[in-house]
Design a protein around this ligand. Sequence first.
Ligand code: GDP
Ligand code: CA
Length: 312
Amino acid sequence: MIAALAGGVGAARFLRGLVRVVDPASVTVIVNTADDDRFHGLNVSPDLDTVTYTLAGAEHPEQGWGLAGETFTAMDALDRYGADTWFRLGDHDLATHLYRTRRLDEGATLTEVTAEITAAWGVVPRVVPMSDDRVATRVTVRRPSGEIEVLSMQEWFVRERANPPVVAVDFAGASTASPGPDVLRAIEDAETILVCPSNPVISIGPILAVPGIREALIGRRERVVGVSPIIAGAPVKGPADRLMDPLGIEVSCVGVARAYAEFCGTLVIDSGDAMRAAEVEAAGMRVVVADTLMRDARVAAALAQHTLNAVA
Ligand code: GDP
Ligand code: CA
């Protein structure tokens, strides 16, 4: 059995490779839900959907969210009413949110609804939310006036394009949240636990903030292996640097190593960062050097194999 901690795009690309080299039915993906929010009365779970759509081979190839070949007729129609449409939901993607919202309103848990959605997409790995309780990433920013303001993750990232300088990040609701029903068992039963190349602050951070999960990982530390989402001192995509730097995490594979060392025994870093291997080891981790830029599913599969071998 394999467990994997996952955010959105970086994780999804890695998982697409992983399922080429292991039995997909042996994989449980534990997904960040702290980016979840409500738009137009609908429950949207961006990372769960990115992982699901990518494992189904239906993801938008460049956009980083949503479905391939998506249209936005409903959003354009909403503009007529002057509704806020800065968070774009595609017409086909809307069906997922309509379904999820109705099922949650009927009393189903997010774990149950996610199982229904992934089954409908023919996704074989188990995809589970980190928690069925509401956890919300809050980004505290400083305005040009010097004023401090707290934004939701989507307000900061999508509406304001990750521009406002970040002062702090916290995960509202995390301290009283419980891990999803099978999360701890998946970690305990796994031969290998993977920390996907995801944003360390707002994708992996919230998962670790759910009481019990970090402790479970610490107990399995020798079997936990991560892949650095930072290559040559920069994220491959997304705003990880704008979150790591203000929180005092060096934007490099060494910064990732220091942030993960407590619960993760091995880190895979990119070939281009080989000269930093000794510093990763100095942070207390075993280090593996590999090609980690997942240009396509073949590279992702090779990376997944290297990652598994690292703790085999
Ligand atoms: P998000 O929720 O969609 O932002 O997704 P994640 O948190 O899973 O992924 C964002 C992180 O994935 C960023 O920090 C990227 O640097 C990283 N990432 C994306 N593609 C790659 C890749 O090909 N290789 C590596 N090593 N990291 C990647
Ligand atoms: Ca995300």
